[in-house]
Write a protein that binds this ligand. Sequence first.
Ligand code: FES
Length: 643
Amino acid sequence: MADHKVLFIQGEDGKEVTLAALPSGVLISDALTGAGIEIGQPCGGQGRCGRCVVQIKSGKIRRRSTLRLSPEDVENGYALACQSVIEGDAEVIIPIQEKIERKLTTERSVADVTIPAGYDFLFSQNIRTIPLSLIPPSMDDQTDDWNRLKTAIRTSTGIENITPSLHFLQTMGEKLRVANWEITAILDDSINNNYPGWLIKLLPGKLTSDESIWALAVDIGTTTVTVWLVDIASGVLRDKASEYNGQISRGEDVISRIVYASKENGAEDLQRRVVETINNLIDIVCKRNKITHDQIIKSVIVGNSTMIHLLTGIPSASIRYSPFITAVNELPVLSAREIGLNIYSDAVIDCLPGIASYVGADITAGVLSSGMYETEKLTLFMDVGTNGEIVLGNRDWLVSCACSAGPAFEGAGVGDGMRATHGAIEEVWINGKTYEPTIRVIGGVKPKGICGSGLISLLAELFMAGVIDKAGNVNIHLDSPRVKRGDTGGEYIVVFADETSKGKDITITRVDIDNLLRAKAAIFAGFTVLAEQVGVVLEDAEQILIGGSFGKYINVEKAIQIGLLPDVPWERFQFLGNTAILGAYHALLSTEQRKKVTSIASNLTYIELSADNTFYEAFMSAMFLPHTDLNRFPSVKAELLKD
Ligand code: FES
């Protein structure tokens, strides 16, 4: 196989990197990754998103797919890095990559998180601190160190069944002797009753009652990772930090990540990236609170099932294919060392249980913190992020499903879509007579795209103003310079090029509208199927709890107008923020709450929508604005009849 020399020119600073000896058939994306050059692959290298575009200046490159490129793009030398192979010497320009802004939550005010009522370290915690005075060994007492310690713990607490790690045993003897046999043993006592107690650490002497004991609650979102630093001695949440999941450049949704993980070294790359993200956040909270990494002795982790598999290096491929089975829903207790978290090496890692491939620990934790499992009220709980997960029920029963809504409401799959950061249009109003829009932009700067809340708002306004009909067709006959016929159908220009930061129109196209309709239809069909399965009327839900960061910003009125949310009085909606991390925090603090998560996971009935015939029907009915059956949306009907 011939070896080729390829010169990569990086758009940002014109830096040139030459890779010699590349064999024929190597993908450009793999060559770049191998050379440590970052190139975003939002769809995981499936050729679907068109965002890994490079420009071939010269040389022999073969394009396997040009699905997301126009004929002019190809003529101008553009190629998808994930779909183009090297077949000879070449020169390739890598355009400036979309920067993912770091979004660290630096606020230290934690007023919105209160310590659970009645929290008491001694009675609420799994973590036990056991002061011990051991009788040193002698010629008359030849008991080994481990049995000496175990006996002392049993005598002091009655706990028999405990496990040390090999590392614990390797360091135990020296610690006992240096401390002159006066020590405090820190133990996690039977985390979820299925496993023996975990011996974490030996500290010299005795802990004073005012000493902090540090632990973490961690939420691994597909998009954002959040870490809370908690002093479990007092229960106080001391600090929060979050940033984008470092895996994003390898796929924006879980399916893209699973696809990427199946590539050579893909799973290792994804695991390294998420561990690095968490470790960066740990560095930040340790520094800000002047503690060492070794002082952190436990972490409760939540995330969707794919995120937990990728974190732990467990193959995730089976999640993607029918019958959609995880390798494991409830992991045994792990140590920090096993997954590479930079806290005390024998710290307990407790990944909360999930229930299925697409309803993971983030949802069981959300059900816990939302309190829906103990209310009489018929409750609909939804967490719309990169995935849409829904739970319906009350204290007597719970059913759940996941809709493959796709990341449209996070700005992906929409030409001018973007995440909710600086420069994103987050709200739109359209004048019903002139069809002129008014927009609100995050940061008050020139806009560069539209984020999820902006897209919901835009779709609703276009519909209510009569720019699009209920099937999403743009009325190109309107007397407005903003409507035009594009390649795929009618389009509406939200912002003209000279008013944007990128010098190009910000437009919503027919394809964008279809993607948004599909996303909202999938979610609404999920609601409908769950309600039908248990024989309740969706609109009878007495409370609708919305978790996840997405919920914080959506305008309920507009989400109802497009048929994303059921048409019930607004006061029934509550926005709970990140319910997943709150659930992790509660499970970290309380033995009782931890047991409840296990019981929620075993009592939650999961409905696999792809196996449900009624789903397709419900989905097709919801593909209209707001729905084929307008009577299900009386407030929207009344508004439309007014005009
Ligand atoms: S098209 Fe290449 S990563 Fe999506």
